[in-house]
Design a protein around this ligand. Sequence first.
Ligand code: PMT
Length: 392
Amino acid sequence: MFQGKNVVLGVSGGIAVYKACDIVSKFRKLSINVDVIMTKSATEFVRPLTFASMSQNPVTSDMFEEPKDWDIEHIALAQKADVFLIAPATANIIGKIACGIADDMLSTTVMATKAKVIFAPAMNTQMYLNPIVNENIKKLKKLGYEFISPGEGRLACGDIGPGKLADTEDIVEYVKNELSIKKDLKGKRILITAGPTIEKIDPVRFLTNHSSGKMGYKLAEAARKRGAEVTLISGPTNLERPQGINLIDVLSTEEMYEMVLEHFKDTDILIKSAAPSDYKVKKYSENKIKKASETLNIELVKNPDILKKCGEIKTNQQLIGFAAESQNLEDNAIAKLKKKNLDMIIANNILDENAGFKSDKNKVTLFKKDGFKKEYPLMTKENLANIILDNI
Ligand code: PMT
């Protein structure tokens, strides 16, 4: 399937360089041609010979080395790339590219390419959290460069936090998706909901849940890339506003309900990955509730079930729901599929600490109304988003 596809792999200098060898090996097993460009510091960690042997292509690192053929090398590789992956991407290479600096083979080739450039950052946690690195990443994202979020854990330097190179399977899967991007959703209008809702109790307090919005935002981005016209109705999140997507902000379930119904008739596919609050307070207190007694009872009343309502009024729309379950995953998911008149439901176990709410990954089982069932392993929400879209 990937025969004839070319990935240029930029390797910059960090302890994770050895993991880039595994990426090359995985690409080769998929018959993807890989040309490796190493920065000088990367060659201090792993010798170019290793990458040359694994990729079966010469490795480039020195701009002024005698050319291997008559093509100007950085231009030739820039043009050859179907996808340009930089893994591991250090703070230095991210900073250089963000500032338009082209002073070695890797930064020069990136500057000259028209291919999609994907960074897989790996660095010390404090470096990754440094506001300068953050600004550079934001700037690059705005310009259309893509980032595969690093994993969290114990790093080689002893720090614990984000900065670990993402799993090589996830990186390869991401690039595979990019190489096989189909515009199969061109002409489709997709409505996606994401994030939590909040239900105000008084001017200070509110009810909410742990949804970060990541699942919905990844779905929205994947659908946009595949050619869909996407409207994203989002509860409050800390996520960056996605490009090229009609984003509508809401706070409460009632507001989400109104916005979904307003757009539903002009929609081909609705994907409800939001976690709207099922209940709201019966009576909002205009003043801050005083700490007067040992216990405090707040009466809650049911919010509208948005998806159920859409299931009742749907004409030609496809309806996709999620089921956040902590027990009897299959039975509860199938019951929701039927009750809400859905075409497909994606069930996640919210007690799984590496998946579901807040995590960059998810582990789901997918059920369709015709009885189809498939369980998927833990994977990034980006990759899952594409699987969900493949299943529609
Ligand atoms: O946002 P993240 O941190 O990335 O986490 C992702 C997620 C865990 C929130 C997501 O994968 C998920 O499971 N979303 C659904 C959460 C939920 O509300 O599940 P539920 O089983 O309570 O609801 C079933 C379906 O009905 C959902 O599609 C939900 O959007 C919808 N619903 C629920 C309540 C309501 N009042 N109206 C609805 O439309």
